[in-house]
Write a protein that binds this ligand. Structure first.
Ligand code: AHR
Length: 323
């Protein structure tokens, strides 16, 4: 066999084995349908599970062949998945970056291979905007601001320091960086708001609980918990209850996402407010993928409409929650 063919076969086998190792799969066949390679972050949260379901269902409905890879929250896995999609010559690559930086090299490879890239859910930090065609997702800075705005209204006209602990999302990820910045911006005008401890809970329930346990030990007087997602807030609620305190009353809780479990916790009085972040991006993603594969122009940024929900609205809104 000529050398080139041997290495192409080896590369193909490598790509196939990588996708299997990272719990990847594909639907549809080589029947002229659009092939979309999707490199997902992982399965760290209720939000993520809903996002994956939405992408899978929308691909099926839109008759798009989906090659799906789960990076298990590791950037190196996502980079391997993207390289594998390039080798397989998919029509479009979409991915939700685990962290913001470190993507230029692999995205240049996609660009050289003339495969358009759609960022979904999370943005990247790169000066070279030609490395991707469009970004579909929420405005995380705005979400952080909404969380901070709720807090400033809640304590309007009240004296005394407000001690806040913050459960950050995955270190280096866009939602962790932006939700932190947006919140800080909203509360910075009033010195009574003090973030006394801030640490990552990696967007998971288990870590959220573990870090909250540590906060409760090191901080004698916590007034507010700001959690960058619902799963960490729900884990923290367990820690607060086990410490003999009442979540939502002794410690006010602000969270982000809007999964059903969080709405239930709000209806039960354990979370005070949830800033919505919509994971149901599948239909918009398929639409964008079809357009970019045909070279049609699409907006550089596609935002998602989202609200803020308080305890008073939770019970009524619960039956209509789709995730
Ligand atoms: O990127 C969106 C964030 O990632 C969600 O808020 C969080 O739950 C998820 O894991």
């Amino acid at each position: 066999m000529p050398k080139k063919v041997v290495s192409a076969v080896a590369a193909g086998l490598l790509a196939a084995s990588f996708l299997t190792a990272c719990s990847a799969d594909s639907t549809g066949g080589g029947d002229g349908r659009l092939v979309l390679g999707f490199a997902q972050v992982g399965a760290e949260s209720g939000w993520r599970t809903a996002n994956t379901k939405s992408v899978r269902e929308s691909a099926e409905e839109a008759k798009v062949t989906l090659k799906f890879s789960d990076a298990q929250q590791k950037q190196e896995n996502q980079i391997k998945a993207i390289r594998s999609f390039i080798q397989q010559r998919v029509d479009v690559i979409a991915f939700s970056p685990v962290v913001e930086s470190g993507w230029d090299t692999v995205l240049k490879e996609a660009k050289n291979a003339k495969i358009p890239v759609v960022l979904t859910d999370r943005a990247i930090d790169s000066k070279d905007t030609s490395l991707y065609t469009t970004f579909l997702g929420s405005d995380f800075v705005e979400e952080g601001k909404k969380a901070g705005d709720w807090l400033t209204k809640e304590y309007e006209g009240k004296d005394g320091t407000v001690n806040i602990v913050e459960l950050q999302g995955t270190t280096g990820s866009a939602p962790a960086n932006d939700r932190r910045a947006g919140f800080a911006q909203a509360v910075k005008g009033d010195p009574k708001f003090k973030v006394v401890a801030s640490q990552t809970g990696d967007f998971t329930r288990a870590k959220g609980k573990e870090v909250m346990q540590a906060f409760l030990k090191s901080q004698p007087d916590i007034d507010v918990l700001y959690a960058h997602n619902d799963d960490m807030a729900l884990g923290a609620i367990q820690a607060i209850e086990e410490a003999g305190k009442k979540p939502g009353t002794d410690i006010k809780i602000i969270s982000v996402d809007g999964i059903k479990d969080a709405f239930q916790a709000m209806a039960d009085g354990k979370i005070n407010v949830v800033v919505e972040c919509n994971p149901l991006l599948g239909d918009q993603l398929m639409d964008l993928a079809k357009k970019v594969s045909k070279g049609e122009s699409v907006p550089a940024r596609v935002k998602v409409d989202e609200g803020v929900f308080t305890q008073e609205q939770a019970a009524a809104a619960l039956p209509d929650r789709k995730y």
